[in-house]
Design a protein around this ligand. Sequence first.
Ligand code: ADP
Length: 176
Amino acid sequence: MIERKVNGSQLELVQGDITRQEDCEAVVNAANAELLPGGGVAGAIHRAAGPELLEECRPLAPITPGEAVLTRGYNLPNSYIIHCLGPIYGHDHPEEELLARCYVNAIRLAQENEINSIAFPAISTGAFGYPSKDAAKIAIKTVLEELPKNPGLKLVRFVLFGEKDFEIHKNELRGI
Ligand code: ADP
């Protein structure tokens, strides 16, 4: 695990599974526009949360790239799920801004709901095809900018599924 203090808050990088972050009040879903289960993170989150999640999601969909919406966590160990729609690489433009907006909007929702800890997957880097290094640069830069503006948020954790993605994020954080 990698830790970095940012004012009164903590930024962490871990390799792991987004559905197993017991100590975070909220986890972020790398959602699809319809907020349906699908594969990757969304599939894992819906499987772990159970069918009630889909019922809460239905009236909130569709969402647009960069948007974030909040639901309860149901059978996940987290009170809340923040569903973000990342940009599809090469399709949704401007992709850098839309990806950054996911992190800004998720952190804003956390602050508004007095959530003090949140875990993010690497949004858009799976099915949506965003190159991991470029996405990591945006994700880390955006979180480092937003954390000091949201003092109620005490912990932001990036949960990277694979070792390669973990290394990429580690190197990006080192470079800042
Ligand atoms: P997107 O459609 O936004 O690209 P994906 O869910 O396809 O979202 O993938 C986003 C990233 O999350 C990828 O790097 C993928 O390897 C990773 N990932 C997949 N499953 C999990 C999981 N259970 N926990 C954390 N990260 C995951």
